[in-house]
Ligand binder design. Sequence first.
Ligand code: NAD
Length: 352
Amino acid sequence: DKPNQKILITGGAGFIGSHVVKRFVLKYPNYKIYNIDALTYAGNLENLKDIESLPNYTFIKGDIVNENFIFNLFDTHKFDSIIHLAAESHVDRSINEPLAFVKTNVIGTLNLLQAAKKIWKRNYINKRFYHISTDEVFGSLVNNNDFFTEETNYDPSSPYSASKASSDHFVRAYGKTYDLPYVISNCSNNYGPNQFPEKLIPLFINNIIQNKPLPVYGDGNYTRDWLYVIDHALAIDLVFHKGKIHETYNIGGFNEWKNIDLVKLLCDLIDQKLNREKGNSKKLITYVKDRPGHDLRYAIDANKIYKELGWKPSVTFEEGLEKTIDWFLENKEWLQNVTSGSYREYYQKQYL
Ligand code: NAD
């Protein structure tokens, strides 16, 4: 229903973006996919080597904070749609350097909105600005029976979630003020292949494999709702094609885990896989000083996307974890490349 369109995907060299780019390039040969990425520490073109030479794919290195670059890019390519994933995405880093988050997540998003508004000139037929966001904008849930719905008020706790909340507000304001045809989705925590090892699941998988301490924040009772990244990419495909303009969709797997239970599950799965004695890796668990402003619980009510768009996760949590563990075991070189240099300094500062 969207023939031959030119789609700009931002942040396509990152974790989720790389899965979205791959899916779109392979599934829609008639679309022309442009991946714009600044290749920060989190961006890695290795993630896209399977598709890099396909004729419907173009990579351009560039920073969404650079207004001239973005305006020239839109003037040259006259994109029909944007799927915007580029962001600074790690909460702990946002606590140390909030301004970098405002620049990319807020100003960068604004540059894209301005450029889209300028080239589309209010002719919005077959045009779409799809903004990818997070459940962290809603803050923390207190009661066990509560879930985040699309109507939940925003109440961000970290500079990361505040910057994402701000960008969501700008996108909606462009809808109200200029009729810009946007859709937004707010997704729960993702895990899977290509995830940078600073994030919880890959951090623990890799430390367990290497017999290194497992730093668990606070008492380990923080609760998150986990979704396999391929299922997020599937949801993004559906929202992009079938989501209603000016609507928001929450995406989550109804899959809540306390961090400490998740770490223990990973220990058991990996001990089994590597033929280690049962209980071996749990000895690596060490509790470390809590993250300031740490939200206790996130849980998504994903009924709208289930019912209206017919989405549901394709794998169980155990299946997704198994695939993820296998991927990290098979891609040790990828891991070595991304964790050399500056990541080591970051890790020492954060946990040691
Ligand atoms: P990531 O950190 O792995 O990737 C971000 C990508 O954006 C990287 O390739 C990086 O190089 C690029 N980038 C950063 N700053 C840029 C800039 N100024 N200009 C151009 N490119 C830039 O992040 P991710 O986990 O893949 O998250 C992608 C999006 O999904 C983000 O918007 C994030 O808020 C959202 N999200 C993530 C999760 C999650 O669990 N990871 C959950 C819900 C929503």
